[in-house]
Write a protein that binds this ligand. Structure first.
Ligand code: PMP
Length: 360
């Protein structure tokens, strides 16, 4: 095994080493075909099997009910900001959004192009340090859906529990899909860019309840209509073959280590270690309010930007990579997605202890 840095990058992010090794072999020669994985036709039997397996594994690991379609799309999670309202809203139709950070703001902007948007909650005034409890907002009865970002990658906040409302839920789960157990049947649609917990950039997974496929206005462009992709098994056009393949490998790895219940336990352990260090010190200040803390992105500040720059530089020098906070908020952020090893968290906590002593 080559020497690996501990990669705290927010995405694209660390993948299991065995997945990288397998993928690199298959890029050259896939299943002994004498052709690489990225050279075979997407209509060929071996590749259709790749698509089928990735979907079957996702269904199994997430517990996706029969009446949902799984789509592998392109255009990034950001394209879902407009595809959701383009397919599900329209003149005179309304949706409710919870504004908990940059990614929900972007989704709200796009939704306004297609229908009426009720922003029922915003934590923008407090620099998005929290997500709302359920008694902090109301969803009007005529809303088509309630939209939320389950995990706010930039601020390090997450919904500890999902809202229990009469309206169907739609969620951007780009940065925490498959990190914890939840009931898919409460959602009309879930989407996630792959490049954090699922695989490489280039594919966006959409899980959509079948009855929603008939809601798009007739003017919806073919490629932007969920129904097009649902009817063709995500093969209406050439899918992002390599990205889907690696997603399949990541899902196999996740299944092998015990699936979502097992990874959730590890994720809780990893996050608890970092938050314990933040809480005990006073030297490191957590950005997120404790009740809204993310298991995936741990955000914190030191006393000054200069000290933060020193912390990040010294951490990088010992192989703790990618700890710089998002450019819009600064500070530090440790992204500890599913594939991030617990040893890296141990090493970071120890480094935090030493840095604090050396820079009182
Ligand atoms: N939603 C969330 C929660 C994200 O973290 C990101 C990217 N970091 C996006 C959406 C945008 O994803 P993409 O770059 O695939 O459009």
């Amino acid at each position: 095994m080559v020497e690996r840095a501990f990669n705290f990058s927010p995405g694209p992010a660390v993948l299991p080493y065995e997945v990288l090794e397998q993928a690199s072999r298959d890029v050259v020669n896939f299943q002994g075909l004498g052709m690489g994985l990225i050279e075979v036709s997407h209509r060929s039997k071996p590749f259709i099997a790749v698509m089928d397996e990735a979907e079957a594994l996702l269904r199994e690991l997430m517990g996706i009910p029969e009446n949902y379609k799984v789509l592998f799309l392109q255009g990034g999670a950001s394209s879902q900001f407009f595809m959701v309202p383009m397919n599900l809203l329209g003149p005179g139709k309304k949706a409710t959004y919870l504004n908990t950070g940059t990614w929900s703001k972007k989704a709200i902007k796009e939704a306004k192009l297609f229908g009426e948007v009720d922003v029922a909650y915003s934590s923008e005034d407090s620099k998005f340090v929290r997500v709302p409890a359920q008694n902090e907002y109301t969803v009007s009865a005529d809303s088509e859906y309630l939209y939320l970002v389950s995990n706010n990658t930039i601020y390090g906040t997450a919904f500890p529990e999902f809202p229990v409302v009469d309206t169907m839920l739609i969620s951007d789960m780009s940065s925490d899909i498959l990190s914890r157990q939840f009931d898919v049947s409460r959602f009309g649609l879930i989407f996630a860019g792959a490049q954090k917990n699922l695989g490489p950039a280039g594919v966006t997974v959409v899980v959509i309840r079948e009855d929603l496929l008939d809601r798009a206005p007739a003017t919806t462009p073919t490629m932007l209509n969920y129904k097009t992709h649902a009817e063709k098994g995500s093969m209406f056009n050439t899918p992002p073959c390599f990205a889907v393949y690696v997603v399949g490998l990541v899902l196999k790895w996740l299944k092998k280590i015990g699936g979502v219940p097992a990874i959730e336990k590890i994720n809780r352990e990893k996050a608890a270690m970092l938050y314990a260090k933040i809480d005990e010190s006073g030297y490191y200040r957590g950005h997120a309010e404790p009740a809204s803390r993310s298991l995936m992105n741990v955000t914190f500040n030191l006393a000054t930007p200069e000290l933060e720059a020193k912390f990040i530089a010294e951490a990088t020098a010992i192989g703790l990579n990618g700890l710089k906070g998002h450019r819009s908020v600064g500070g530090c952020r440790a992204s500890i997605y599913n594939a991030f090893p617990i040893e890296g968290v141990v090493k970071l906590v120890e480094f935090m202890r030493q840095f604090e002593l050396a820079n009182p």
